[in-house]
Ligand binder design. Structure first.
Ligand SMILES: NC(=O)c1ccc[n+]([C@@H]2O[C@H](COP(=O)([O-])OP(=O)(O)OC[C@H]3O[C@@H](n4cnc5c(N)ncnc54)[C@H](O)[C@@H]3O)[C@@H](O)[C@H]2O)c1
Length: 382
C-alpha cells in the first residue's frame, strides 16, 4: 500500500446517530490495509450546533460548519457527501446533492415513498458521473460474506425457503417518548419497513431473488406514546411487518419471508438470514456475529454445524483474523467498499444500489396495499 492515500473530500449532512458513525469510520481508516482513497471530512451541516460540534471538536479537517447544506454543495473543495437526515428530507436533499455533481452515500429508505424514490433515481440517471449508493452495513459481517459465497456456490440445491429479518425490541417500552422515526409525516407510511426493510432485503435482492407477489401483515401494536412534554400523542407507524413473497428461479419457486419488527421480545438489533435448500441450509445472525451455521448430512438427518469465521472481512484490515467483528467494523467495511466503488476499484460485493432501493419501494408499496386489501399483491401492479 502506498503511504500517501488519495483523499476524497466529504461533507456530512445530518450529524446525528449515523453521521457520527461515519466520522468514527474515517478516524479508523488506518485499520484498512488495501490501497484505496481515504475520506476526509471537510464540511458538516446540521440544524443542531451540538451535533456539528462533535465534528469540529474531533476533526481538524472540518472547514465548513453550517445549517444550510447548499453552502456545502457550492464548495469546489467538496467531492462527496454522506447524507443521513430524516426520511421526509431525502428527496430534496439527495436530488440537490446529485445535481451538484457530488458522489453520495445516502441513507435508507432512499426517499420517504415510491414517488420520492423515483425522483431520486431520475436525478441519478441524469448524472452518470456521480457514484450513488445507499447505506447497508450488515452484509459486510464476515459471516454474512461467507453466507453470500455459500449462496453463490449453489451448495443449497433447490431452495425450500429464504427467511431474512431485522428485529428490535426497544419499542416494547411503552413509556419511550415518540421521536421522528414513529411519526408518519417524517418517517413515512412504511413505518418499520422504511427503517428496517432495506437491511433485510439487500442480500436477497443481490442474489437475484426478486419478489413477484407479496402477502403482508402489518401491526400497529403501540398506538400512542408520550410526547416527551407530559402529554400523549397517537403513534400511527407500523411496528412490525411480515412479508411473504413469491420468488421464481431456475428450479421453480419458493417463499422469501421478510420480517421487520420494532417489537420483538429479546431482540436488541438482530439481523438474520437463513437459506434452506434440499442439499444444504445455512444461516447467519448478528446475535452470534462470528459464526456461520450450515447443515451437514448425518445419515438421513441434518446436523446444524457452527464454524467461527473470526475477523476475515472483505476489505482486509490490520486486525488479527482470530479477533471478533462488530457493528462499527461493518460500517468501516461498507465505507471502504463505497470508496472503492467511487475510485473504480473492483469489490466482490458492492454497496446497496439505487435500483435495489427502487425494488424495495415497489415491494413495500405493494405490502401496504396487501395489508389494506387483505390479498396478495403483484409487484407489477405498483
Ligand atoms: N444504516 C443504518 O444502520 C441506519 C441506522 C439508523 C438510521 N439510519 C438512517 O439514517 C438516517 C438518519 O437517521 P439517524 O438515526 O442518524 O437520525 P438522527 O435523528 O440521529 O440524525 C438526523 C440528523 O439530521 C439533522 N437534521 C434534521 N433536519 C435537518 C435539516 N433540515 N438540515 C440539516 N440537518 C438536519 C438532525 O438535527 C439530526 O442531527 C435516516 O434515513 C435513517 O433511516 C440508518
Amino acid at each position: 500500500m502506498s503511504n500517501e492515500r488519495k483523499t476524497i473530500r466529504f461533507a456530512v449532512i445530518g450529524c446525528g446517530l449515523m453521521g457520527k458513525e461515519f466520522a468514527c469510520a474515517v478516524a479508523r481508516w488506518c485499520q484498512l490495509t488495501q490501497d484505496m482513497p481515504k475520506p476526509v471530512i471537510v464540511g458538516v451541516c446540521d440544524l443542531s450546533e451540538d451535533a456539528r460540534r462533535y465534528f469540529t471538536d474531533n476533526f481538524d479537517t472540518v472547514k465548513y460548519s453550517t445549517t444550510d447544506y447548499h453552502e456545502l454543495l457550492a464548495a469546489d473543495d467538496i467531492d462527496a457527501v454522506y447524507c443521513a437526515v430524516p426520511h421526509n428530507l431525502h428527496k430534496k436533499f439527495y436530488v440537490d446533492i446529485i445535481n451538484a455533481g457530488k458522489h453520495l452515500l445516502a441513507e435508507k429508505p432512499f426517499g420517504i415513498d415510491k414517488a420520492d424514490n423515483e425522483a431520486i433515481l431520475d436525478a441519478i440517471k441524469a448524472h452518470p458521473e456521480v457514484t450513488v449508493r445507499c447505506s447497508s452495513e450488515f452484509p459486510f459481517f464476515p459471516g454474512a460474506q461467507e453466507m453470500i459465497r455459500w449462496i453463490e456456490s449453489g451448495a443449497a440445491g433447490k431452495l425450500i425457503e429464504v427467511r431474512s429479518n431485522f428485529h428490535h425490541s426497544s419499542d416494547m417500552d411503552t413509556s419511550k417518548p415518540i421521536n421522528w422515526k414513529r411519526m408518519i409525516n417524517i418517517n413515512g407510511e412504511y413505518g418499520c419497513m422504511g427503517d428496517l426493510g432495506l437491511h433485510a432485503e439487500h442480500i436477497p435482492f443481490r442474489m437475484g431473488w426478486i419478489p413477484e407477489t407479496v402477502s403482508a401483515y402489518l401491526s400497529d401494536i403501540v398506538k400512542e406514546r408520550p410526547d416527551g412534554k407530559g402529554g400523549v400523542v397517537p403513534c400511527l407507524t407500523w411496528d412490525n411487518a411480515h412479508l411473504v413473497c413469491n420468488v421464481k428461479n431456475a428450479d421453480g419457486e419458493f417463499p422469501l419471508i421478510i420480517e421487520m419488527k420494532r417489537i420483538c421480545p429479546g431482540a436488541t438489533n438482530s439481523w438474520n438470514i437463513e437459506v434452506d435448500g434440499l442439499n444444504q441450509s445455512a444461516r447467519f445472525s448478528t446475535d452470534d456475529p462470528n459464526a456461520f451455521y450450515y447443515t451437514e448430512p448425518r445419515g438421513r438427518e441434518q446436523a446444524w454445524c457452527r464454524v467461527d469465521v473470526g475477523s476475515k472481512p472483505m476489505i482486509p484490515t490490520i486486525t488479527g483474523g482470530i479477533f471478533e467483528f462488530g457493528f462499527s467494523d461493518s460500517i468501516l467495511q461498507m465505507w471502504a467498499t463505497f470508496m472503492c466503488e467511487i475510485a473504480g476499484i473492483p469489490v466482490p460485493f458492492g454497496c446497496l444500489r439505487p435500483e435495489e432501493t427502487a425494488l424495495s419501494h415497489k415491494l413495500q408499496t405493494a405490502a401496504l396495499i396487501s395489508h389494506k386489501e387483505h390479498r396478495a399483491v403483484s409487484l407489477s401492479e405498483v
